[in-house]
Design a protein around this ligand. Sequence first.
Ligand SMILES: [Zn+2]
Length: 297
Amino acid sequence: MEKAFKSLSIFEFQDQFPDDKSCRKYLAEIKWKNGFKCPKCGHTKYCNTKVELSRKCTKCTHTESVTAGTLFHQVKFPILKAFWIVYYLSTNKKGIASTELSRKLELRQKTCWLFKMKVMQAMKSSGKFLLEGNVEVDEFVVGGQEEGVRGRKNDKKKLVVVAIERKGKGVSRAYAKEITASSSKNFKPFFEANISKEANIRTDGWKGYSPLKEEFANLTQEKSGKKGENFNPMHRWIMGFKSWLRGIHHHSKHLRYYLDEYCYRYNRSVMDGAIFESLITRMVKAKPAPYLTIIGY
Ligand SMILES: [Zn+2]
């Protein structure tokens, strides 16, 4: 998280998005970038409707609003404020608490919290950019006593598996996921979703990693008592995550979202491009998130 994000200044943001209309126009540009396609019948011809920017299919008469099928769907407050939330989340290096958003935007804290969860959902890895080259994998525990029996979690502890891609002395990218146990059954889908089959993977000597050598031929295990020395960048990454989590988030129940948010921020900080645009685009392309799926963790 050392590097600054390339992002819009507050003046550029205000210039580009002075009102709700400009936000909707921006969403329409992203949504129909490759032309209109009716979600009901697949027809590609449309006419405009009385509602600005909505498009009506000329075959089945289905009317598609600009927010339908996106994470902006049925947001009950002005879309301009929703854009401000995305802006604050994408430009504050460490993110921003919902209480602070509430004060800044004159919205209820819970409203901000829920919308923030939607943004975090959009931060979830698309899984398109697998970790390559030298990759290290380890697990760590969040909450509760940090020691204990390997491979299991208790009620307070949450177990996380993390993979980092090494570059020079540091870490270029990382993915992490909450798991229920340190078993190969849990590791497998995480490896498959996040690490290239050709990567040179290093883990410690834990037996849960051994079965993965079938699929990941370049996986080597090092029995290491001096974990701190051999796995230093990994250790630093985990410490960074933990202090970020303590600093801003208190709902450990939503650890899954926070891991996604942290990895997204971390990985974006080493990539080029603007985080705000990338987030809005992800929100347009993501499936709508009803309240229940968010609190259902
Ligand atoms: Zn249609």
